[in-house]
Write a protein that binds this ligand. Structure first.
Ligand SMILES: O=C(CO)COP(=O)(O)O
Ligand SMILES: [Zn+2]
Length: 210
């Protein structure tokens, strides 16, 4: 896909996430890797009303080269895209159930959402590291997210929300949706003796689809 088509797709998927309640107000941001840099949603923009022509463009050195002023979370996106050379896009949301899990007093460090269903394992993977709270836009979060992203497709920012990568923008969006549904299941089943997938079943999924 060329850059104009990716801009259109970004606006279309942003609107789709917004319309279905995965993002409210001006929460969340999305980035896409390009051959000559990155596209990033503008700061304070609503994912439901992105103008393809005004989406921010950053050069390969992450400097702002076009469009509106980029998201304040450039450091968050840079952390993931530099740690994961295979990742083509990053979606950050404040989706309700994943964020709720990130607000638990003890969400756990690496597996705040258990492997309840195959698609969670296939889309998000084995681990979901929890990153300690940082103020939105704080450049200090970059090293923690970078380190965790070397081995995890997605991380959960405590008291803030998920950050999910994918090979393509469509993959990253699908993984963010799957993560939210799994968080919802995990909270629905909280306190109920649920059956999770076994380590062997998780291995089988990752060997087959990973
Ligand atoms: O989700 C957000 C902050 O974490 C939204 O910030 P931006 O509007 O700067 O992208
Ligand atoms: Zn945020």
């Amino acid at each position: 896909m060329d850059e104009p088509a990716i801009r259109e797709q970004l606006a279309m998927l942003g609107a789709s996430l917004f319309q279905r309640g995965y993002s409210v107000g001006t929460a969340g941001n999305i980035s896409v890797r390009l051959p000559d840099g990155y596209l990033m949603t503008p700061t304070n923009s609503c994912l439901g009303r992105l103008d393809p022509a005004r989406i921010s463009k950053l050069g390969s050195d992450w400097s702002h080269v076009g469009g509106d002023k980029p998201s304040k979370e450039v450091f968050m996106h840079r952390a993931v895209l530099t740690a994961r050379p295979d990742a083509g896009a990053v979606v950050h949301l404040h989706s309700t159930y994943a964020t709720a899990i990130g607000c638990l007093a003890e969400p756990g460090e690496t597996a705040p959402i258990p492997p309840l269903t195959p698609y969670f394992v296939m889309r998000v993977g084995r681990s979901l590291p929890v990153i300690r709270y940082y103020r939105p836009g704080d450049a200090a979060m970059e090293s923690d997210i970078h380190e965790a992203s070397r081995t995890a497709k997605a991380v959960l920012l405590a008291n803030h929300g998920p950050v999910v990568s994918g090979k393509t923008l469509a993959d990253a969006v699908a993984a963010a949706e799957e993560l939210e549904e799994s968080a919802r299941l995990a909270l629905l089943l909280r306190g109920t003796p649920a059956r999770t997938l076994t380590p062997a079943q998780v291995d089988d999924l990752l060997e087959t689809f990973g």
